[in-house]
Design a protein around this ligand. Structure first.
Ligand code: GRG
Length: 454
C-alpha cells in the first residue's frame, strides 16, 4: 500500500473497472477497492445485455469470446397482451459479467502502479479543507485510511461515498425512489425446450406484470435464458420477486421443465444523470452517478462511457495540477453533451411511458404511433421525430384518441427542451446552480402538464 495514490477507485463494477483499465494504462498510481474477489466482480444481478457499440465507444478492445455468452441481432418489444411485436435490429451481446470484469482487471492488475484490494470495503470519504482527500476502508478486516488526489465513487446504487458528502455539495444529490426500478431475475436452463430465435432478446411491456418497468426474456443460448422484471420504486407496487413467482411463472415460456441456476434482485437508477458527476477531489460514475438509459435501464455501456470520460478528465486535472470541481469539470461537459442530453430526453419519455395504461401502450403500438423503425432512433438520439408526430396526428384524427396525441406532442416538445438544456450544460461550476434550477423547472413543468392530460 502506498502512502498516497493519484487515484482511489471505490468499487470495481463496470464503471470502476473501466476507469481502472484506462488510468492504469495511462500510468497513474491507482488503488481500487471492492468487496468481491477477482472471480465474482460485477456480481450485481442484471439482464446482462450490452450493445456492441459500447466497449468501442469507451475506448476498450473488442470483448473476447470467453466473456460473451450469446450474440444478439435484434430486440423484440411486445405490447401488453402480446398483441403487437416490434422488432428492433441491432448488434449486441449477452455477456458473462464476472468474466468481463475479470478480463479487464487481469490485464492491468500486475502493473507496478496498480494495487487492487479485494474482499475489502469502502466505508467513507475523508474530507479535509472542504475537499475529498481519500477514503476510510476496511482492507481485509483492518480499517485503513487511503489518501489520493482524486477519488472515484463507483460503488453503484448504494453510493457509499456520495451519501456521506456534505449535503450542500451539488454532487450530493439523493435519488427519488420513483426514479428507480427494483429488478428481480432468474437464469434458467430448460430440460428439453429449445428457444425460438435465441439471438433475439425480448422485452414485454405490461403494467400489470411490471408496473413502471418491463419484463424481459434474454436467451443466453438455445436452452438457457435470463428472465426478469423491473418494477418502479416508490409507488407501493408489489415486490418484483413476488410478481415473478405469482404471475411470470404462469407465462407459457415458464411452463416448461427447467432448472434455476441463479436467482437474485437489485435496485437500479432509471433517471437522467446526476446534475453533476464532479465534486472537489471526487467524481461519481456508473449507477453511483445515475448514468443509465432511463427507458430500458441498461447501465453497463454508460458506466463504461462515464469511466472513459472520467479517466480523461483526471488526466487533464493532473496536467493542470487542479483537482477541484473546476479542474475535473470536463467530465461533466463530455458526458452531458455526448450522452446526458439524450438520457435527459429519454427521462421525459420514461415518465410518460410509466404513466401509460396498458390499453394506450397497446393502441400506440398497434397503430404504430411510435413506429417500429423509430424506436431505435428515439433511443439512440433522444428525439421523437416530427414526421412520427405528424403521422400519429393523421392516424389518431381518424380514430378519436386526441388526448393520446396531445400527450405525445407534449412528450416530444419536452424531450427537445430537456435535450437542448443539457447540450447547454454550464462551462464551469459557477453557473451550475442556475442550470439546476432550470432543469428542475423543465421537469416539474412537464410533470404538471402531463398530469393535466392523464
Ligand atoms: C407511443 C403510445 C406509444 C407507445 C410506445 C414501443 C414503446 C411504446 C416503447 C419502447 C420502450 C422500450 C423498452 C424501448 C427500448 C428499446 C431498446 C432496448 C433499444 C435499444 O437501445 P440502444 O441500442 O441501447 O439505444 P443503448 O444501450 O445504446 O442505450
Amino acid at each position: 500500500m502506498r502512502e498516497k495514490y493519484d487515484v482511489i477507485i471505490a468499487g470495481l463494477g463496470p464503471a470502476g473497472t473501466v476507469a481502472l483499465w484506462h488510468l492504469a494504462r495511462k500510468g497513474f498510481n491507482v488503488a481500487a477497492i471492492d468487496w468481491r474477489n477477482l472471480n465474482t466482480l460485477w456480481g450485481k444481478p442484471c439482464g446482462d445485455a450490452l450493445g456492441a457499440h459500447h466497449p468501442r465507444e469507451a475506448g476498450l478492445p473488442e470483448p473476447p469470446s470467453t466473456v460473451i455468452k450469446n450474440h444478439v441481432k435484434a430486440i423484440d418489444i411486445y405490447s401488453p397482451g402480446e398483441t403487437t411485436r416490434y422488432r428492433v435490429h441491432g448488434e449486441g451481446y449477452i455477456i458473462n459479467r464476472n468474466a468481463f470484469g475479470k478480463w479487464l482487471v487481469e490485464s492491468v492488475i500486475d502493473k507496478d502502479n496498480v494495487d487492487v484490494f479485494f474482499n475489502s470495503k469502502v466505508l467513507e470519504p475523508i474530507i479535509k479543507d472542504n475537499k475529498v482527500v481519500g477514503v476510510r476502508a476496511k482492507i481485509a478486516d483492518k480499517v485503513a485510511e487511503l489518501r489520493s488526489s482524486i477519488v472515484i465513487e463507483a460503488t453503484g446504487f448504494s453510493r457509499v461515498l456520495r451519501n456521506k458528502l456534505p449535503h450542500e455539495w451539488p454532487i450530493y444529490e439523493p435519488i427519488d425512489p420513483r426514479d428507480t426500478n427494483i429488478a428481480y431475475r432468474e437464469v434458467i436452463e430448460y430440460e428439453d425446450y429449445k428457444i425460438d430465435e435465441p439471438d433475439v432478446i425480448r422485452i414485454y411491456l405490461d403494467q400489470e406484470i411490471a408496473p413502471g418497468g418491463y419484463w424481459w426474456y434474454f436467451p443466453e443460448s438455445a436452452k438457457s435464458v435470463n428472465v426478469g422484471l423491473g418494477v418502479q420504486g416508490g409507488m407501493g407496487y408489489p415486490n418484483p420477486m413476488t410478481i415473478y413467482k405469482e404471475k411470470l411463472t404462469k407465462h407459457p415460456l415458464l411452463q416448461k421443465k427447467y432448472h434455476v441456476h441463479n436467482a437474485a434482485g437489485a435496485p437500479l437508477p432509471t433517471r437522467r444523470p446526476s446534475n453533476t458527476l464532479v465534486g472537489p477531489g471526487i467524481v461519481a460514475i456508473g449507477d453511483a452517478g445515475y448514468t443509465v438509459n432511463p427507458v430500458h435501464g441498461g447501465g453497463m455501456g454508460y458506466a463504461f462511457r462515464a469511466a472513459y470520460y472520467a479517466a480523461q478528465a483526471i488526466e487533464e486535472a493532473y496536467n493542470r495540477n487542479d483537482f477541484s470541481e473546476e479542474g475535473l469539470w470536463s467530465l461533466n461537459i463530455n458526458y452531458m453533451q455526448n450522452v446526458g442530453a439524450k438520457q435527459a430526453a429519454l427521462d421525459v419519455f420514461r415518465r410518460f411511458l410509466q404513466r401509460l395504461p396498458n390499453d394506450d401502450i397497446r393502441y400506440g403500438m398497434e397503430k404504430k404511433l411510435l413506429p417500429e423503425e423509430d424506436v431505435l432512433y428515439t433511443s439512440n438520439v433522444g428525439e421523437l421525430r416530427i414526421s412520427t408526430l405528424e403521422k400519429a396526428k393523421i392516424i389518431i384524427r381518424g380514430l378519436g384518441r386526441p388526448s393520446l396525441l396531445a400527450k405525445l406532442k407534449l412528450v416530444g416538445d419536452y424531450m427537445k427542451k430537456a435535450r437542448d438544456h443539457y447540450m447547454n450544460y454550464p462551462e464551469s461550476p459557477a453557473q451550475l446552480s442556475e442550470w439546476i434550477k432550470e432543469t428542475e423547472r423543465i421537469f416539474n413543468e412537464f410533470e404538471q402538464k402531463l398530469a393535466e392530460k392523464m
